[in-house]
Design a protein around this ligand. Sequence first.
Ligand SMILES: [Ca+2]
Length: 504
Amino acid sequence: MLFLPLLANAAPSACEGLRNLTLPDTSITLAQSVPAGEFTLPEGFRPGPGDPTASALTGTLKGLPSFCRVAATLRPSPDSDIKVEIWLPEGNWNRKYQAVGNGAWAGSISYAALSQALLRGYASSSTDTGHSSAGGSFALGHPEKLIDFAWRSEHEMTVKAKTVIKAFYGDDSKYSYWIGCSSGGKQGLKEAQKFPDDFDGVVAGAPVLNWTHRSIEALWVAQAALRDPASYIPPEKYPLIHQAAVAACDPQDGLKDGLIGDPEGCRFDPAALECKDSVGPACLTHPQVEAARKIYTPALNPRTREQLSPRFEPGSELGWRAIAGGPEPFAPAGDYFKYVVFRDPKWDWRTFNFDSDAALTDRTDNENGTINATSADLKSFVAHQGKMILYHGWTDTNITPQATVDYFKRVEDQMGGAAPTAQSVRLFMIPGMNHCGGGEGPNVFNMVSTLEHWVEDGKAPDQVLASHLTDGKVDRTRPLCPYPRRAQYLGTGDPNDAANFVCR
Ligand SMILES: [Ca+2]
């Protein structure tokens, strides 16, 4: 057994010396010791629109310990221009590496997530994914940059970060983790699929694992709700639909708590809201009913009836502005068709054909981008004791939650069933949680610690405590359960207290 000091320290003088490190395809552009206190974000920095950790970014990050800040540019292809930052705590390193993921089309370093990892004692890294613009326009005419975004920047960053960590501390990190949500969840999945030795553990939240079909789903909703003005559902009516959906399906899970705990068992038909005598704010017109029905229905190929994407779930209505608020479809998806599939910035989403164009979309990804992370083969990742936590909020309106359930089921098939899969991969579906956080259900939890206990102590998570906060105060706690189990109320005691629930 090895006896290592619990925490490791490095001298600030060692930081500047990292400038002289020679790495393939890499220019180290900065190696600077940053004193404890505030870190001012680079001038002109804007968090990516999809950076799920960026909401609190205000120009400075406060309360940081002293760290060595390394910035580098990686060029694995002639067209590559991948920026990465590696943050190395100068004292009290926990001997671990945590790579942090991005949101949407990225184009920016995830500084907020970097700082969170640093505060926990991790050496951490983030990449801008190979371009610095928001949205998907960078991909037009730049197939190598699309590959950088799709998977290469994350892998290259990881390899380089590990080398920098060893140079700085004189020792490898004991454990390596990927932590991400949204695009960051997909990045973690892609790593486990394509470079299974990069990480010991992965947290993949709300992964855009089927990027192409999620993009198709966005057009399914847009064509249902935005193409014909009569079908448009004014956002003022979202609460009306939401209340009706919750009223229909909330009690089905055994507890009337305002949350749909089992959306898979929920068959809510918005026809109940159709205006009878006169049109008004408290009802839906017939075309609006039809639009809502389509949002609740999987996207289908009209010829083969093949499912192209799962639906958005009953309970998600308060977030429909993102997908059906118009005037354009969900922006990250629109960019995918304009700049990657059709390569025409003027392409009109109203013309999308759910048969021939869906097939073209599939072919496009296989030919160059490999942006999807749909492989269910995690055998190599699992073979070296890799652990993966997937999670997804049921009221997510960016990524259809059922897509993650479907993926998990395919993983179970590949790995020989639920029991062997549970030794390495677990999925937590979260009632009432929106995209990567927020919502009416308990949505604050610590998957990083949960993963650490699993990887380092062998303690598989049988449940994860989640809280809901209002104005910074906890008003409800609830266990999150490994799918397909759900939190069931024991029948007595405070239904806002997790102690009165079990997973089953
Ligand atoms: Ca309920």
